[in-house]
Design a protein around this ligand. Structure first.
Ligand code: SF4
Length: 423
């Protein structure tokens, strides 16, 4: 038995209520179950009950055994003085408040359908990657949509928090934050942290002073990334420019080392050198990333603004002095979609929360619905179970559901799990 299961029983009143009584024989009527409290303090707040003829408003505390009250030292904690009902699986000890008054106790063991417990145990003990997989096809679309909506909202909130942390580090500067998020995204899976450090060490304000000159922007980015090796005329030029700018803007102390970049197991089109060249090009083309991301309502317009080709040198080379066997094209469709999902949408979600403007959150959802679904082992697994994944909304939500619910067996907080138990 777990407290999580007892929370579920209480929240959904999944027990025989025909003759509900405390262990001392007082009649109980539940008028309002209360609000599940995930912070410190009693488990449910604002509960309304009638015990015999008297109506009570207060908190409910839930334990596997009534003696857990003392084990958790609630007798010394004033926060528990307003507990109006102690709900336990098994009553093994009489419990009183600090003032010595008896706490009415409801024991669930004898009034709970054992089949419910078996179904719960089945989900918890199941070793499948998705514990409910045998039942998933029988679940109503309503439950599936409800949990996908819920987890997507959570995912957007979490992404907004990450942006907020970055924004705080940048002392509330949205422009630098948008640039750093974008730069981090250019690192994709392998180099995102290194890209972020590069952007944090080479502020947008510095780069923007020279955004009319692509070679100078490339020189600052490649130089600060520690990736300039003098091997040809172009790299000589970059080196010369970087020497000048690093002295002018005191950049040397935060210069990265070349070994911090990962080139292995990636195609030349994804090499950090190519991504830096693409970022450089975007910097020359956009006056304000923040305005671009927050003021563009149409996803097509955003896509078009991100469609760029890097400089000619980087279309023909994958590394300094290394000629590519075929032309390296600009930012591809998948990369642009990735930037929309991982930079633009989190930024909009954060901006929505900071400005308390739901319009931006609504835009996040409509963008996700308009973007194609991501394709990875998690989305494939869900599709194998019959879940329809046709947009980035579905893929993002299903990834969140798997990572934060299924793998932690949070089936009792999931609409799918609740439907399985109710069936
Ligand atoms: S969390 Fe929900 S979807 Fe995931 S295994 Fe449990 S019941 Fe199934």
């Amino acid at each position: 038995m777990t407290e999580a299961f007892l929370h579920y029983l209480w929240q959904f009143q999944q027990f025989d209520k025909s003759n509900l009584q405390t262990i001392s024989g007082e009649k109980i009527s539940v008028l309002k179950t209360g609000i599940l409290n995930t912070d410190a303090g009693p488990d449910f707040t604002n509960t309304r009950l009638q015990i015999n003829e008297i109506e009570w408003v207060g908190n409910v505390e839930i334990h596997v055994k009534s003696s857990d009250w003392q084990l958790h030292k609630h007798q010394y904690n004033e926060a528990y003085n307003n507990v109006i009902l102690h709900v336990v699986w098994e009553n093994d000890q009489t419990i009183t408040r600090q003032n010595g008054s008896l706490i009415p106790t409801l024991e669930l063991k004898s009034i709970t359908d054992i089949q419910l417990l078996d179904k719960y145990q089945y989900l918890i003990d199941n070793q499948s990657i998705i514990p409910c997989k045998e039942h998933f096809s029988d679940i109503s679309d309503l439950s599936k949509f409800a949990i996908l909506d819920k987890v997507l909202a959570k995912r957007l909130q979490q992404k907004a928090q990450v942006v907020e942390q970055l924004l705080e580090k940048n002392n509330g500067d949205w422009e630098e934050t948008a640039y750093q998020l974008l730069a981090r995204n250019f690192g994709f899976k392998l180099n995102y942290e290194t890209f972020l450090r590069l952007a944090q060490n080479l502020r947008l304000k510095v780069l923007q002073k020279h955004r009319d000159n692509l070679t100078q922007i490339e020189a600052m980015l490649f130089g600060q990334a520690g990736l300039i090796e003098k091997v040809d005329e172009y790299s000589e030029k970059l080196s010369q420019e970087y020497d000048f700018f690093s002295a002018k803007f005191s950049l040397k102390s935060t210069q990265l080392a070349s070994h911090e970049w990962k080139f292995l197991r990636t195609r030349p089109a994804n090499f950090p050198t190519i991504r830096i060249a693409q970022l450089a090009k975007l910097i020359t083309q956009q006056q304000s990333f923040f305005s671009l991301f927050t003021q563009t309502n149409s996803i097509e317009d955003l896509r078009n603004s991100l469609k760029i080709e890097q400089s000619v040198y980087w279309q023909e080379h994958y590394n300094l002095g290394k000629v590519a066997s075929k032309k390296l094209v600009g930012l591809g469709k998948d990369s642009i979609n990735n930037i929309l999902i991982n930079t633009v949408i989190p930024l909009l979600a954060c901006y929505s929360e900071k400005t308390d403007n739901q319009e931006f959150m609504a835009r996040c959802v409509s963008f996700l619905e308009a973007l194609p679904a991501e394709d990875n082992h998690i989305t494939e697994m869900w599709e194998g179970l019959g879940l329809t994944i046709k947009s980035a909304f579905d893929s993002q939500a299903s990834i969140e559901l798997y990572n934060n619910f299924c793998t932690h067996k949070r089936c009792l907080q999931c609409n799918v799990g609740i439907e399985i138990l109710k069936k």
